[in-house]
Ligand binder design. Structure first.
Ligand code: PXP
Length: 252
């Protein structure tokens, strides 16, 4: 069964648009996380960016305390973020590249170029019992390098797929890259997650990709929640992520 991790970053984006630097602003991303859990999601994903443009340190601290499902903490590989992770002790860390000028995470990690630094952090985090996934483009060389770092998992960057999902031919090419990458990662013993740019429409073709353990989806769920509420938005996505009859999640 594929799991759904709900990324709540953009609930905080809305809050920060009005309440940057002011305590107790709304909407509270922790409420979004709790509503997602009530709807039956399998995990919560949260990215503390270096510029704190959406989630803040206190959000991560609260999430780590209140969640009854695993917290997947997205972070750049910096000493500051390593310290946050080791203080909060999330179930998992997803290591992502970060560029201050980007609107969202644009590409996967340069695992080969930053091999030593990534390996050191993977060793440190996993030594403390935090599972690390590396956010990577669907590329055989990068996936092999990911395995070498000792990371237990990868998260395949689905942004390129999402960008062409409405075009049959281009979608087929991107799906094949994801499929081959997932096969390779699984054969190397890596857990395979995926995410970025997934929505209520393009999710359906991802069933062609084998071995997927968890899909992390944020922007699309937060957008839909504006109209139907968080619980319904998450339930609707769960119905698309998990084929009928296969969901044993107690929250639904
Ligand atoms: N996975 C990773 C590693 C991400 O960086 C993001 C974006 O923060 C997501 C998943 C979720 O992407 P989206 O908001 O497009 O669903």
């Amino acid at each position: 069964m594929v799991r759904l991790g709900v990324n709540i970053d953009h609930c905080a984006t809305l809050r920060e648009a009005r309440y940057r630097g002011i305590p107790n602003g709304e909407p509270d991303p922790i409420d979004a996380a709790l509503a997602s859990v009530a709807a039956g999601c399998h995990g919560i994903t949260a990215h503390l960016r270096e510029d704190r443009r959406h989630l803040q340190d206190h959000d991560i601290e609260r999430l780590a305390k209140v969640l009854s499902v695993p917290l997947n903490f997205e972070m750049a590989n910096t000493p500051e973020m390593l310290e946050v992770a080791l203080n909060c002790m999330p179930a998992a860390v997803c290591m992502v590249p970060e560029n201050r000028l980007e609107v969202t995470t644009e590409g996967g990690l340069d695992v080969e170029g930053q091999y030593k630094a990534i390996t050191a952090s993977v060793t440190r985090l996993q030594g403390e019992g935090i599972e690390v996934s590396l956010f990577v483009d669907p590329d055989a060389g990068i996936i092999s390098a990911s395995k070498q770092t000792g990371a237990h998992a990868i998260e395949l960057h689905t942004g390129a797929y999402a960008a062409v999902a409405s075009c049959d031919k281009a979608r087929g090419i991107e799906l094949e890259r994801l499929r081959a990458s997932s096969e390779l990662a699984n054969s190397l013993g890596l857990k395979v997650n995926a995410g970025h740019g997934l929505n209520y429409d393009n999710i359906r073709f991802l069933h062609e990709v084998p071995w997927l353990h968890e899909l992390n989806i944020g922007h699309s769920i937060v957008s839909r929640a504006l109209f139907v509420g968080f619980e319904k938005a998450v339930k609707e996505m769960l119905d698309l992520v998990i084929p009928e009859g296969q969901n044993q999640s107690p929250g639904r």
